[in-house]
Design a protein around this ligand. Structure first.
Ligand SMILES: [Zn+2]
Length: 143
C-alpha cells in the first residue's frame, strides 16, 4: 500500500454517482441497469440513453472486460503534475462483459503490451478514506 498522500485529482462525488463510488470503496463495481430495456449504463445518468426510461437500478457487475482501444500518455498534463510520477501510463476504453463501455488506467503491464482484445479486470486503488479508484490490470496477472 502506498502510504504517501494521494495527490492526483479526485472524482467529485454527486448524488447521481454516489452509489458507484460507494461500491468502489467496498472494492466492488456497480453500474446502472435500465429496468425497461435491461441494458447497462456507464457513466451514471439520470435516464437510459438507449430507451429514455428513468427506471434505473444499480447492479453489481463482474469487473471483467476486453480492451477496445488504448492510448499511452508520455508527457505530463499541465493541470495535474502529480501524474508525472506515473509516466508513461496507459488509459484504455474497455468493453465490459455486461455490454457497457468504461475507461480507466491500465497497470501491471508495459504500455506497449496493452493490446486491443486483451482481457482485463478491475481492481481498486484506495486513494483516500472515501475514494477508491477503479483501475484495470491484465486478467492473467493475479496478485
Ligand atoms: Zn433502457
Amino acid at each position: 500500500m502506498n502510504e504517501r498522500k494521494y495527490e492526483k485529482p479526485l472524482p467529485e462525488v454527486t448524488p447521481l454517482t454516489k452509489p458507484f463510488w460507494d461500491s468502489t470503496k467496498r472494492h466492488e463495481l456497480v453500474v446502472q441497469r435500465c429496468k425497461s430495456c435491461g441494458r447497462y449504463i456507464w457513466y451514471p445518468k439520470a435516464w437510459c440513453p438507449f430507451c429514455g426510461s428513468r427506471e434505473l437500478e444499480w447492479a453489481k457487475v463482474s469487473g471483467l472486460g476486453t480492451v477496445y482501444a488504448a492510448t499511452t500518455t508520455r508527457i505530463v498534463a499541465g493541470n495535474s503534475p502529480a501524474w508525472g510520477e506515473e509516466l508513461p501510463y496507459t488509459i484504455a476504453i474497455v468493453d465490459m462483459d455486461e455490454g457497457f463501455r468504461m475507461y480507466g488506467r491500465v497497470v501491471d503491464v508495459k504500455p506497449e503490451e496493452v493490446e486491443v482484445g486483451m482481457r482485463v479486470e478491475i481492481y481498486f486503488e484506495d486513494a483516500t478514506e472515501e475514494i477508491a479508484i477503479p483501475i484495470f490490470r491484465p486478467l492473467e496477472k493475479k496478485k
